[in-house]
Every structure is written in C-alpha cells, then in structure tokens.
Design a protein around this ligand. Structure first.
Ligand SMILES: *Cc1c(COP(=O)(O)O)cnc(C)c1O
Length: 378
C-alpha cells in the first residue's frame, strides 16, 4: 500500500505540537502511582467542566459508556424508547440498548444532515423517555428547538457531543446545552486521549453522583466496600486524564485551525458539483468532519485515494439498516434523507495541520474526478 500524501487524520503532527508536555505527563503519572481515579482525573474533571460551562464532570471509560451511564442514571431502561438520529456512529443507539431501552431512529434534515425538532416530533410516543441530540460532524443541533420539544413532551434531553468538543450553540458550549452532555476522547476526536476515554458534563449534582457511582461498581462516595447498586468498571484512568490535561490548552487553537481548513474547503469547492452541509446560524461547529455529498461517490473516493488523499465515510450504512437493529419479521422503517445521503457522503481530510496547498490539491483531485466524463457504457 502506498502511503497517503494527505492522510485522513494526522495524530503525529498534533502530538509534535506538545511532545514535551506529553512526556512530562507520562512521568508525573508514573511517579504519582495512582492509575484509576486520583488527582489527575479530578483535575481533568474540573478543567473539562469549566471548559464546557457546567458544574460537574464525571470522567468515564469511553463515549459509549458516557451515554449508557447517563441513561441508566436518569432511570431510562426497560420499556422506554430513546430517540436517536439514524445518521450517527452506532455507539449512540448501542448505548441505548445496553441501558435496556429501545432506540427509535429518526431522520435528519436534508440541508444540515442533522436531526431537528421537526424530524424527532413525529417519532415521539407515550413510551418516549429521552432524546439524544447528536452534534454530528461537530455541528451543533438546534438545541433551542430541541429543548422546547423535550419539555413539551416531558422527556429527558441529553447530548452526544462525541464529535463536538468546543462547538457552541447560541454562545454556549456543546455538552452544556441539555441535562447531560456525553463526550468521547477516542484518539481521533477533536480532543483525544491515548486510548479509550470519555466524560459526562452536567449541572445536576445528583445525576453526576449517580453516574459516578454506577461507573464505579455502585460504590457510594468514599467507601470501597459498599455497593449500593450494580454498576461496572467504567472509570477514567490517570494516564488518559494526564494526556487530556496536557492537550486541553490546545483545543481552541486546534479548533480554530480546523475552522480555517473547513472554510478554505468551502471556498475551494464552491463551484464543483457537490453539496456541503448547511451551517445553522446559531451554531459554531467544532469542524470534526468535512462531509461533502456527490454522485458516483465510490468512484470519486477511489480517484482521491489514487492521488494519495485519504477519505472516510460517516456513515455508509445508516444505523436503522444495520443488522444489529433488525428484528425478525419486521421491515426497517424508511428514513429517506439519511438513506440517500449515505450513498453520497464523503469525508475529506480535516485536521488542524491541513495546509492551504493541500486543500488546493484536494480541490483539483475532486474537480477532475467529478468533471471527468463517465465512461461510456458497452
Ligand atoms: C466516537 C463516537 C461515540 C463513541 O465514543 P467511544 O469513545 O468510541 O465509545 C459516540 N457517538 C459519536 C457520534 C461518536 O462519534
């Protein structure tokens, strides 16, 4: 396999920005000899709550765990329905099932590819217990509309902000726009650890305490030998917390760089026969992914790969069509917008170190792939 000249992701360049800090973090953790919980985790929790503008943060083992723990702590489970967008990473719906509840998939808006109050409303039933707003690609969902809908319906509203570290809706940070915001720090996210890690942020002290308890074998605060409920080992570890503490001061700079890359793409691709997701006027996205939609997507993708440009697809099979969510004898519901988009979406390289020259190369490669005459049949 030839090396990509423009990889989809470049964590090496990112880590070179703060090599010395990462080395120091590793040394401090190994010297402190606390590995699960402890001072690094507490410091990161404080810093991440402050960043998100919430009272509390509970560090957990992954973004998937963050969602499952939040649902369980809210009392959402058996017999409850949870509304999730069909266009998301599978973990959103997977966490619903792990909590014992049933995911109900909803479509997305054609212009933004995000769920909205309008796409959620018709799927509400008397069994609806919660809505998970997914800020997909790092673009914030209209949380004003979503909060009104959730309040009217009497259901919980939480965020899957796994792609939206630092994004804002009407000036307030993602994660702090609902009862609880769930984050992943998977290495490729805008803020990534050196392994699996996640967090829940909330203003609700009691909810935070319940999440912490369930994540730690049901232990009440400060007592290792009592188990007030059943839980598991879903805690954040000190190594990941130390890495996240070292990286956090860079997040805004990296997000600014991502925005500049995304804005340059929007200019460079403006005349090409492809569509880019609309940005809502109340939002400022974290630009986690640069998703375009075009015809002959797989051919275009292959042409970019031949030119040394790495791409991704988020996501080629919508969640409601995945085998894991099929029930015997039941036809999957039709969600036309996400199904059409799944055949056309293509994610271009977007990370803080993509240069203006590289964007020009991608634009040229896209132009020749898109404007090439389709091969004559026969
Ligand atoms: C990454 C991601 C998750 C899951 O996070 P993990 O830390 O990998 O468990 C959930 N939802 C979305 C939208 C994601 O992108």
């Amino acid at each position: 396999m030839t090396a990509m000249s423009l990889p989809f992701l470049d964590l090496g360049a990112l880590h070179a920005d703060l090599r010395a800090d990462l080395d120091a973090a590793w040394r401090e953790v190994t010297e402190a000899e606390t590995y699960i919980g402890g001072p690094f985790v507490e410091r990161f929790e404080e810093a991440w709550a402050a960043y998100c503008g919430t009272r509390r943060c509970v560090g957990v083992s992954s973004g998937t765990a963050a969602i499952e723990l939040t649902l369980r702590a809210l009392g959402v489970g058996e017999g409850d329905e949870v509304l999730v967008p069909a266009n998301s990473f599978v973990a959103t719906a997977e966490a619903v099932v792990s909590a014992g509840a049933t995911p109900v998939f909803v479509d997305v808006e054609a212009d933004t590819l995000l769920m909205s109050a309008a796409t959620v409303r018709d799927a509400l039933t008397p069994r609806s217990a919660a809505i998970i707003a997914v800020h997909l690609f790092g673009e914030p969902v209209d949380m004003t509309g979503m909060a009104i809908l959730a309040a009217q319906a009497g259901v919980a509203l939480i965020e899957d902000a796994a792609q939206a570290h630092g994004a804002t809706w009407r000036g307030r940070r993602a994660g702090g726009l609902s009862q609880a915001g769930c984050f992943s720090f998977y290495p490729g996210k805008n803020l990534g650890a050196f392994g699996d890690a996640g967090a829940v942020v909330t203003d609700d002290d009691a909810l935070a305490a319940r999440i912490r308890m369930i994540a730690n074998h049901g232990r009440p605060p400060g007592n290792a030998h009592l188990h007030d409920c059943l839980g598991g080992s879903d805690r954040l570890d000190a190594v990941q917390a130390a890495v996240l503490l070292a990286k956090l001061p860079w997040l805004d700079r990296w997000n600014d760089a991502r925005r500049q890359v995304a804005d340059r793409y929007r200019l460079a691709l403006a005349e090409l026969p492809l569509t880019m997701p609309a940005r809502l006027s109340g939002g400022r996205g974290a630009n986690h992914l640069m998703v375009v939609q075009c015809d002959r997507r797989d051919e275009v993708r292959a042409a970019l790969a031949a030119a040394g440009i790495g791409t991704g697809i988020h996501y080629p099979v919508p969640c409601h069509l995945q085998g894991a969510f099929q029930a015997p004898g039941r036809r999957p519901l039709a969600l036309p917008v996400v199904e059409a988009a799944a055949r056309r979406m293509l994610s271009l390289p977007l990370h803080p170190h993509v240069s203006a020259a590289q964007i020009g190369i991608v634009a040229d490669a896209l132009a020749s792939a898109l404007l090439a005459r389709p091969a004559l049949a026969g």
